[in-house]
Ligand binder design. Structure first.
Ligand SMILES: Nc1ncnc2c1ncn2[C@@H]1O[C@H](COP(=O)(O)OP(=O)(O)OP(=O)(O)O)[C@@H](O)[C@H]1O
Ligand SMILES: [Mg+2]
Length: 227
């Protein structure tokens, strides 16, 4: 079943008097439990596209169905609330709050999602143990390695049981070894939690782990044949 269906997304930016078309009828379908990778050269529109799919940005035309709702018809608080409970997001830079510990960072999305405390404990333990960060929970982000910080960011993105995880270059700032570890963990979480994920990546090794790969070419997505 499709959890994400974006159809004919168009996004244009006006810059210095002329129009830049970042997305030109880009479409994607992601089924529940799938790991889909999006590749493409710098500036091809990957970030713009997943931001729109996640409800962080709005298109000029086209529609996004996410988790059964047409999010391109939602606005303001209604969109924020729906996005908060439906989506997890991981960025290239971990974007952890610097003055909060790893533990506090992971729990951040829960307030927004308004869940009961007793439901969190099991999920928290599962994520922390799966991601191997149990002994790092009292650390501040500045006291974590790049790979550890990104693993904390993944736990934070998943703590509230989002139906879909979006990641924009999650391994882009990591060395080869840490990048491989993070991707291994993401694949394991996809398997154990049946977590749907859409990952933007420059890294062919990361893309190769996905079930399906789309390439962004001139603002248009083309599904690649897997080897
Ligand atoms: N806020 C903005 N204002 C104007 N132009 C923008 C804006 N955001 C993106 N663009 C333009 O849209 C195009 C797509 O950008 P986008 O960041 O989505 O590409 P990308 O594929 O994610 O690139 P990268 O691999 O470098 O992250 C680029 O030409 C970019 O300059
Ligand atoms: Mg980008």
């Amino acid at each position: 079943m499709a959890i994400l269906e974006a159809i004919d997304i168009i996004k244009q930016y006006k810059r210095a008097g002329h129009t830049v078309t970042a997305l030109n009828r880009a479409s994607i379908t992601v089924n529940e439990g799938e790991f889909v990778a999006i590749t493409g050269v710098s500036g091809s529109g990957k970030s713009t596209f997943i931001n729109i799919c996640a409800g962080l940005d709005t298109p000029n035309a086209g529609s996004v169905m996410l988790g059964g709702r047409m999010i391109t018809s939602l606005y303001g608080d209604e969109l924020t609330k729906y996005r908060g409970k439906t989506v997890g997001f991981v960025f290239q830079s971990h974007k952890l709050i610097p003055h909060l510990t790893a533990y506090e960072n992971i729990l951040l999305p829960l307030n927004a999602a308004d869940r009961k405390l007793e439901n969190h404990e099991e999920r928290f333990k599962l994520l922390v143990d799966s991601l191997g960060i149990r002994d790092r929970l009292s650390h501040l982000p500045s006291e974590l390695s790049g790979g550890q910080a990104q693993r904390v960011a993944i736990a934070r993105a998943l703590i509230h049981y989002p139906r879909i995880l979006f990641a924009d270059e999650p391994t882009g700032n990591l060395d080869r070894k840490s990048a491989d570890e993070v991707v291994d963990l993401m694949v394991q979480l996809r398997d154990s939690l049946k977590q749907t994920m859409v990952v933007v990546t420059h890294d062919p090794k990361t893309a190769e782990r996905a079930d399906r790969i789309y390439n962004m070419e001139d603002g248009f997505l083309i599904e690649q044949r897997k080897r």
